[in-house]
Ligand binder design. Structure first.
Ligand SMILES: NC(=O)c1ccc[n+]([C@@H]2O[C@H](COP(=O)([O-])OP(=O)(O)OC[C@H]3O[C@@H](n4cnc5c(N)ncnc54)[C@H](OP(=O)(O)O)[C@@H]3O)[C@@H](O)[C@H]2O)c1
Length: 363
């Protein structure tokens, strides 16, 4: 089965995703999954659509040279908002959409105030009969319940493994491998940039130099204050709480303190006392409500989260039947985020395999 992909956002993650797909093409095809990229939409680098498929690697090369995707020979140059582009691509790929073979891959920039326009991108894609996979935290952090219901109504999947801890399975793990288990809360270190900064400060590196290293590596968010002020961690906390605890949080409803006020003296004093300062994200049920917060915490040296170095992340899930389950991410990087998108795509393809009945799109 060949899936047609429309990429909305073609930045670091989107481009790494197409290179990862290309590198794994033979393995995917031998597993029965063909992939064709039919559309690419960006903010400043133009739009391109071709129902016969685009040369996505050539387009990635062009963007990396500072050129537009819309100038590819034979590809119509398009303008206008990505939402209109998705609607148009949905019309032009109507057969693939009807057959459940159209997937919109949303990797636009995180909007921390409203999660837009990514939420509109997801909604429009589902309306067109496309599945959606995203690495963008916005839609899950602001509108998970509504989008999950829209996907259910459309008979399509809305998957977002890359939104938290890159490709390390969190949402997939709970959804696919913990039937009958309730998640009652969680705590974790979920932002690589701030963990790198806090670790580097322990060995005397200035805050600014550590942050600059994360920006050079493409790990820090486009606006690094999202990391430093705890907004990225708050968005991930809201996303995790909404999906795993059935909460209806937004990043703003997570009590939040970032690392901007953390002094080298505080970091070193904690270390000298056998403790470590970490930016900890937590959520737990309190009656019918879910309380969530992100703040620097001094953890005892033998705490699993205290052992995290550099860019490492970890999440400890509290469950009713299995006690605590910990997931540690020891490496990070763009390929892992790109893998999350590929894993979600494979999940969709498995569901649509001819041996299983494909979901019917309802309009
Ligand atoms: N980088 C990571 O390690 C990582 C890890 C996990 C999750 N994420 C998430 O993945 C997403 C993408 O990250 P990234 O590093 O690839 O960001 P990026 O390099 O800044 O790329 C963002 C892309 O989205 C496009 N875009 C932005 N607003 C748009 C709009 N309104 N309509 C159409 N296209 C739009 C941009 O177009 P132009 O280039 O033309 O501006 C660009 O192609 C973000 O939500 C981020 O939080 C990133």
């Amino acid at each position: 089965l060949t899936f047609d992909l429309v990429l909305v956002g073609f930045g670091h993650v989107g481009r790494r995703f197409v290179r990862l797909l290309d590198a794994n093409r033979t393995a995917l095809e031998s597993g029965g999954l063909g992939v064709r990229i039919v559309g690419v939409a960006t903010r400043r680098h133009g739009h391109a659509y071709a129902s016969r498929g685009l040369d996505a690697i050539a387009l990635a090369d062009r963007v990396e040279l500072g050129e537009r995707v819309g100038a590819e020979r034979g590809v119509r140059r398009r303008s206008g908002a990505a939402t209109a582009f998705i609607r148009d691509a949905g019309r032009r790929s109507a057969t693939a959409a009807r057959q459940g073979r159209l997937v919109v891959v949303e990797t636009t920039t995180l909007d921390i105030e409203r999660g837009q326009p990514a939420i509109d991108h997801v909604r429009t894609a589902l309306d067109c009969g496309a599945h959606v996979v995203t690495a963008n935290k916005g839609p899950v952090a602001f509108a998970y319940g509504a989008l999950a219901r829209a996907a259910e109504r459309a008979g399509r999947r809305f998957l977002f493994e890359g939104a938290v801890m890159d490709g390390i399975p969190i949402f997939n793990l709970v959804r696919d491998t913990l039937p009958g288990v309730s998640i009652t809360g969680f705590r974790g270190v979920v932002n690589s940039t701030t963990n790198y900064i806090l670790t580097a400060m322990e060995s005397g590196e200035p805050f600014g130099a550590a942050l600059a290293a994360m920006q050079r590596a493409g790990i820090a968010e486009a606006d690094a204050s999202f990391d430093v002020d705890g907004w990225d961690a708050a968005a991930k906390t809201a996303a995790l709480a909404n999906v795993l605890l059935g909460a209806r949080l937004t990043p703003a409803s997570v009590a939040r303190e970032g690392v901007a006020g953390v002094t080298p003296a505080r970091v070193k004093a904690a270390r000298a006392a056998g403790r470590r300062l970490k930016l900890v994200a937590r959520a737990e049920r309190a009656g019918r409500a879910v309380l969530a917060r992100v703040a620097p915490e001094e953890l005892p040296g033998d705490d699993l989260l205290a052992g995290l170095e550099g860019q490492q992340n970890a999440l400890v899930l509290q469950t009713d039947l299995l006690g605590e389950i910990a997931i540690v991410q020891r490496g990070s990087g763009l390929t892992m985020t790109a893998y999350a998108l590929m894993a979600d795509l494979i999940t969709i393809a498995r569901q649509c395999s001819p041996r299983r009945r494909a979901p019917r799109a309802r309009r």
